[in-house]
Design a protein around this ligand. Structure first.
Ligand code: AMP
Length: 304
């Protein structure tokens, strides 16, 4: 299945207790596309950058067979920049600055050749823009959407309109509670499914993820990591791995959704092992398979 990814392309400056990087390649669309590219090619990316977006970033995305025909370049503008700092507990992140720059006036235009993409992954952007993307698509088979508390709080009504049009919503535990106004995550997933998506995936950071459908609650384990350097992009890598696997297999059965969640967790675990996008740079499909199998062993036990 062809995959269309829409989201931010960014230059991230990140500080963790283990070091820091400045203007490193990032953004939701970048992490999603690169993670998904290990499963299907090409990935079609729609986003916007300024004239300062580095050629090394473009070259890397091309190497990963990400199709950039839908990437708008505003020559006289500056690329979106985000900076964040993690404390000793890497679950806690402070956003130090968000400079929207060219992203402020982003108006997603889906090239004619992308409109029949069967799988759409909407990265975390304004829900109004997410809907604008869907308005231009011709009956995608599956629409996966990410969001965050920023939009839940500021654009709640618009987000609810978008949710009516999507199949899978991926969000973290605090966002699920905020959106549903329900503290229990199983009940929260049910409330959110009532808003539109038939599948809700709730990420719980280092504690794994919950996959909820009408008839299933699947609890995916977290990979026990000893070396986490930078959690930036973990959520987007999860979405990319999830979407990539579904697109590769074209199978929406519950068993395959479970596998997709484990592939999402697998890509997220590679992402956090290095700074920025580096954890996703040189993976092989074999490495991904090996870690996927390790996930299975993590929670397998004999009955007697
Ligand atoms: P994650 O760690 O998966 O939540 O995603 C981190 C990525 O999201 C970074 O590469 C940032 O550039 C990007 N990002 C942060 N804030 C925003 C925002 N408001 N809109 C779009 N992308 C963002």
């Amino acid at each position: 299945m062809s995959v269309l990814v829409v989201g931010s392309l960014a230059l991230d400056s990140i500080e963790t207790p283990f070091g820091s990087v400045k203007d490193s390649l990032g953004g939701s669309a970048v992490f999603i596309s690169v993670a998904a590219s290990y499963f299907v090619n090409p990935i079609r990316l729609v986003g916007v950058v300024g004239g300062d977006f580095p050629k090394t970033g473009v070259d890397f995305l091309h190497e990963r067979e990400v199709d950039l025909d839908g990437m708008q370049v505003i020559e006289h503008g500056k690329t979106f920049r985000w900076s964040g700092r993690y404390r000793y507990d890497l679950n806690e992140r402070d956003t130090l600055s968000t400079d929207l720059n060219v992203f402020e006036k982003f108006d997603p235009k889906i090239p004619e050749t992308y409109r029949k993409s069967r799988c759409v992954c909407l990265g975390n952007i304004d829900p109004v823009l997410q809907r604008k993307v869907l308005d231009q698509m011709e009956k995608p088979r599956i629409v996966v959407c990410d969001t965050m508390n920023y939009w839940i709080e500021r654009k709640n009504r618009e987000l609810r309109e978008t949710l009516k049009l999507i199949n899978v919503l991926i969000l973290n535990d605090s966002e699920a509670r905020l959106l549903s106004r329900e503290p229990n995550l199983i009940k929260a997933a049910r409330v959110i499914r009532g808003l539109g998506p038939s599948v809700v995936i709730i990420k719980k950071g280092e504690h794994g993820a919950l996959l909820c459908t009408e008839s299933l609650v699947f609890s995916a384990p977290a990979y026990p990591m000893e070396n986490i350097f930078d959690p930036t992009g973990a959520g987007d890598s999860f979405a990319g791995g999830f979407v990539g696997w579904l697109a590769r297999t074209d199978d929406m059965s519950e068993e395959n959704l479970k596998r997709a969640v484990i592939y999402g967790s697998t890509l997220a675990s590679f992402c956090v092992e290095k700074f920025g996008i580096d954890g996703l740079r040189d993976l092989t499909y074999l490495q991904i398979q090996d870690r996927f199998r390790e996930f299975r062993e993590l929670s397998r036990f004999d009955e007697d």
